[in-house]
Write a protein that binds this ligand. Structure first.
Ligand code: NAD
Ligand code: ISE
Length: 335
């Protein structure tokens, strides 16, 4: 039987996930949705034959809904995740789990109090083929112990309300999670360098930024965040080990020879670049939920990422290196 899904937030990624759940994923169907932009919600509900609710809380409470997808704006995630936990419904929440570690902690406490893991965080890069190959190369000792990581996260243009803080809490949060997963260890310190800003950045927005992380074993990581790069969506990651290096491949694209130039296309955003990762993420989530399990990144992973993102924000504001205090992972979340 199909798992009946309620979706909260039908913007860019919410709509894409509804399409995915309907046309790509097996074993699920979208039956309910809501968006504060009610006209948009109605239009998408008509297209997918789903019921519209005025609020996210109503979607969560709806008796015909088995599990929830949250794809509304970042600051709304925590309230909906807490409501879904109270209703004892599985929930896949887009990243970030919350906009502060403090709010993530409330989610952790609520989930532990319910006595059941219900929350998965939308850190889809863990399902990307390239990152998975890098993880295997490290684990199979193909490059020796990792020493340095060089990463780039460029967006063509940011959303209209993008802030300096969001470059880390909304964007670099992907690297924070996926690198912690790749290396299998926690971070020790954070620092943020602010170069000269692009003239194309909105008033007051500091862009680009360079995030420097150090892990507990001493691996050094640099991440360039540039949300106004103009030319396309570009995610790069190179791991330098003791005996070799491994780097993320560029996405497959046709190579064109035309008008005196050799070229290939660069994607313009995340939806195409990570399409396969989102598909795998959702199929595995549905399959796991049907067996009563969360198999992907947990609320604890969401919490660990937000602790690190908060430290980066503090480091940027103070212009200093900030220690990262990671609490011990409770037994409840150890796999
Ligand atoms: P968007 O602005 O296109 O869509 C967000 C939608 O949420 C809008 O339609 C808005 O009206 C609606 N909304 C806002 N507050 C709401 C509320 N309280 N209840 C119901 N609906 C509400 O943004 P987006 O790009 O689709 O991003 C949505 C979320 O997904 C964000 O949290 C973002 O961080 C995340 N995201 C993740 C990825 C990824 O790669 N995993 C990519 C894009 C976005
Ligand atoms: C967006 O919300 C995403 O999650 C994308 O994957 C990321 O590249 C982008 O910077 C975010 O704004």
């Amino acid at each position: 039987m199909d798992l009946r899904i309620g979706v909260i937030g039908t913007g860019a990624i919410g709509e894409d996930h509804i399409r995915r759940l309907t046309d790509v994923i097996t074993g699920a169907k979208v039956v309910a949705l809501s968006d504060i932009n009610i006209d948009r919600a109605k239009k998408i509900a008509d297209q997918y034959n789903a019921k519209v609710y005025v609020t996210g809380e109503e979607v969560i409470a709806a008796p015909e809904v088995d599990a929830i997808v949250i794809a509304s704006w970042d600051p709304t995630h925590a309230q909906y995740v807490l409501t879904a936990i109270k209703a004892r419904k599985f929930v896949l929440c887009e990243k970030p789990l919350a906009t502060s570690a403090e709010d993530c902690k409330k989610i952790i406490e609520a989930e532990i109090a319910e006595g059941k893991q219900l929350v998965q965080v939308g850190f889809m890069r863990r399902f990307d083929r390239g990152y998975r190959q890098i993880k295997s190369a490290i684990e199979d000792d193909k490059i020796g112990e990792p020493l340095l990581l060089h990463c780039v996260h460029r967006n063509r243009i940011p959303g209209p309300k993008h802030t300096t803080e969001m470059s880390i809490k909304n964007s670099v949060i992907h690297e924070i999670d996926v690198l912690r997963w790749l290396l299998g260890e926690e971070y020790k310190t954070a620092q943020v360098l602010i170069p000269r800003s692009s003239r194309l950045a909105a008033d007051g927005l500091r862009d680009p930024q360079i995030v420097l992380l150090e892990t507990q074993s001493g691996v050094r990581i640099d991440i360039e965040s540039f949300v106004n790069c103009q030319y396309g969506y570009d995610v790069q990651c190179e791991v330098v080990g003791e005996t070799g290096t491994v780097r993320l491949p560029d996405p497959a694209a046709i190579v064109m020879r035309s008008q005196g130039a050799l070229s290939y296309e660069i994607f313009s955003d995340w939806s195409d670049r990570f399409i396969e990762a989102y598909d795998i993420e959702f199929q595995q989530w549905i399959d796991g939920v049907k067996q009563g399990m969360v198999t992907g990144p947990t609320a604890w992973d969401g919490y660990a990422a937000c602790i690190t993102a908060d430290a980066c924000t503090e480091a940027r504001e103070k212009g200093t290196i900030v220690p990262i205090e990671m609490p011990e992972c409770p037994q409840f979340y150890s796999k």
